[in-house]
Design a protein around this ligand. Sequence first.
Ligand code: ATP
Length: 139
Amino acid sequence: MKQFVVIGLGRFGSSVAKTLYKLGYDVLGIDISEEIVQSLADSITHAVQADATDENTLKALGVRNFDVGIVSIGDDIQASILVTLILKEIGIKYVIAKAQNDLHGRVLYKIGADRVVFPERDMGVRVAHNLVASNILDY
Ligand code: ATP
């Protein structure tokens, strides 16, 4: 059974984390905000308050043992880049990172992200495809 670590538990990260947990997976969530961590304490396997840009903290939390890392820090591009780099360097096989814009996404790929998502852009594409596929436009 795959184990997931989700870093940054904002709207996107918490949604990914809670959904994986509901599907039966082990999910460690990390956020710098104590308030956010407390609000998710009962919705995922473990929620921990920590600054994920601190490599030693991530190592101490045993993050290297996770199969998949999801970096969902958006606003702080520097933190998003540092965390993605650390996760790849400590050996997480598959890292997905959320990008705020195209340039951010390109940097994330360069430092080793296996997949980059652009939540608003990707959802816009999906909604458009669904609208066309569901014949809703025929009426
Ligand atoms: P969303 O759209 O998913 O709500 P966002 O793009 O607005 O998120 P942010 O608010 O920047 O993204 O970050 C998401 C979460 O990441 C926040 O809950 C924030 O506390 C957390 N976060 C930011 N920096 C760090 C860090 N260095 N370590 C851990 N968590 C962090």
